[in-house]
Design a protein around this ligand. Structure first.
Ligand code: NAP
Length: 288
């Protein structure tokens, strides 16, 4: 029940109607029995500064950020965590006293299944990352945090790849990965222990598309882990092909759950949040 004491959390985006964050966060808040509500806020780019000022005046506890505000929010925040500074994007904002503090929980979300279920010594392992957009930034940072021996980012546009590399020049993660054009993939795949798709290829409704063919996936070594950030469909065609070839597969749902859980811990200042209920709420909502 919403009362005069109910505290407010939310997500900003444009569009935001398809955000799954309200589903998982409200499920967690209900499980915890807390007098909070998490709402979607559609905010057009030109209204961002006004909206953030409004959030301050109504005492919102914190909010998530989705496309297109993950970078443009930066100048509106007083403090930005080191990891958000390194990847140049914020997905979680908290009101602390009278200032806004931004961080990024996508890295934590991405590495969570690699640290728990599929934990291993990464220091001798090589990663190949498909795509060089926003999500690839969190994946590169995650692979560096895990300590992978080699990290190779593969893209279709050499100019964008160079801009991607250049954008890390002032960070401690500069020069910790290499960039490659798509044509170099066959050679890279032979030694890829971790292959991550950060492109939207295969995402609903294009469910029959895959960034790599079955033959290309067959170049992977034994016991390779194939990770797709896509969570609809679950599994994607790419993961289905990889599983058929004997690879270990991870879909994007766990990253979504874990980045949300990490944000909720920050807002509620709790060590634990009900991750099982968050995952289950998403699965029920998506019918998977
Ligand atoms: P983005 O910033 O638009 O980046 C997409 C990247 O994919 C770009 O590098 C783009 O290449 C590349 N790409 C697109 N179509 C391609 C094609 N046909 N062939 C080769 N490369 C192609 O998007 P994003 O925010 O990184 O999101 C990417 C995907 O990750 C989406 O499916 C999103 O839903 C998913 N995601 C999942 C989570 C999660 O929690 N599971 C979190 C974030 C994102 P160019 O640079 O050349 O255009």
């Amino acid at each position: 029940m919403i009362t005069g004491k109910t505290k407010l959390l939310g997500v900003i985006g444009h569009p935001v109607e398809h955000s799954l964050s309200p589903v998982m966060h409200n499920a967690a808040l209900a499980k915890l029995g807390l007098d909070y509500v998490y709402l979607p806020f559609p905010i057009a780019p030109e209204n961002l500064a006004t909206a953030i000022a409004g959030f301050a005046s109504i005492g919102i506890v914190g909010f998530s950020i989705t496309i297109p505000h993950k970078q443009t929010i930066l100048p509106l925040l007083s403090t930005i965590s080191p990891i958000a500074q390194v990847i140049g994007a914020v997905n979680t904002v908290t009101r602390q006293g009278d200032i806004w503090v931004g961080t990024n929980t996508d890295v934590e979300g991405f590495i969570a299944p690699l640290q728990t279920t599929y934990h291993q010594d990464w220091s001798q392992k090589k990663a190949v990352i498909l795509g060089n957009g926003g999500a690839a930034r969190a994946v590169v940072a995650g692979c560096i945090q895990l300590g992978l021996a080699e990290i190779h980012v593969v893209g279709r546009n050499w100019q964008k790849l160079q801009a991607f590399r250049q954008s890390w020049q002032n960070s401690p993660f500069a020069d910790q990965f290499q960039i490659h054009e798509w044509t170099e993939l066959p050679n890279l795949l032979h030694q890829a222990n971790l292959l991550v798709n950060t492109t939207p290829i295969g995402m609903y409704p294009h469910i029959n598309d895959s960034p790599l063919s079955s033959q290309e996936i067959s170049y992977l070594p034994q016991e390779a882990i194939v990770y797709d950030l896509i969570y609809i469909p679950k599994p994607s065609k790419f993961l289905h092909l990889a599983e058929t070839q004997g690879a270990i597969i991870i879909d994007g749902l766990e990253m979504l759950v874990q980045q949300g859980a990490a944000a909720l811990k920050i807002w509620l200042q709790r060590e634990t949040v009900p991750v099982t209920e968050m995952r289950q709420a998403l699965q029920n909502h998506l019918g998977i």
